[in-house]
Design a protein around this ligand. Structure first.
Ligand SMILES: [Zn+2]
Length: 151
């Protein structure tokens, strides 16, 4: 037997749900989310929005992108969804719904997040949703969605 593997303790809620870790590039996104504002990254070179920001801009292909985060309404519509019945991450009540949402303010921009209406919600393609936020800690809220019909 070799030496025990040292696992770095990741931040989590008391229930064990992982808390996202900020980095330099994502910090403004999480600052906005903590205020319950959904923000998308915009490339300062071409002005196109992307989620999440990456090491290259998917629109103008610059390898030195500089992204700024701009708030959006959070409204959108469901393009697809799936129900998660098993999770390799702790701290989630199962089952839960993940939705693929196209944001109304940025046609073509898609975001995948939890739908907070629960697995019994009646879903269909094109259904209107709006951003909602799960407050994991005092300074970390995770964007999710809620059906507009239920809001
Ligand atoms: Zn660009």
């Amino acid at each position: 037997m070799g030496e025990a593997v040292q696992h770095r303790a990741l931040p989590g809620t008391p229930g064990g749900r992982p808390v996202p870790m900020r980095d330099e590039q994502s910090s403004a996104f999480w600052d906005a989310a903590a205020r319950h504002v959904l923000a998308v990254a915009k490339c300062t070179k071409c002005g196109q929005a992307t989620l999440p920001p990456d090491v290259t801009c998917p629109h103008c292909l610059t390898t030195e992108p500089e992204f700024t985060f701009e708030p959006v309404s959070g409204r959108g519509h469901i393009r697809s969804w799936t129900i998660i019945r098993r999770s390799f991450l702790q701290g989630f009540d199962l089952p839960f719904v993940l939705v693929d949402v196209e944001l109304a303010d940025v046609p073509g921009l898609r975001m995948i997040a939890r739908l907070l209406d629960g697995p019994a919600a009646k879903l269909s393609l094109g259904l209107a949703v709006t951003a909602a936020f799960e407050d994991l800690t005092a300074d970390c809220s995770v964007p999710a969605f809620r059906l507009e019909s239920a809001a």
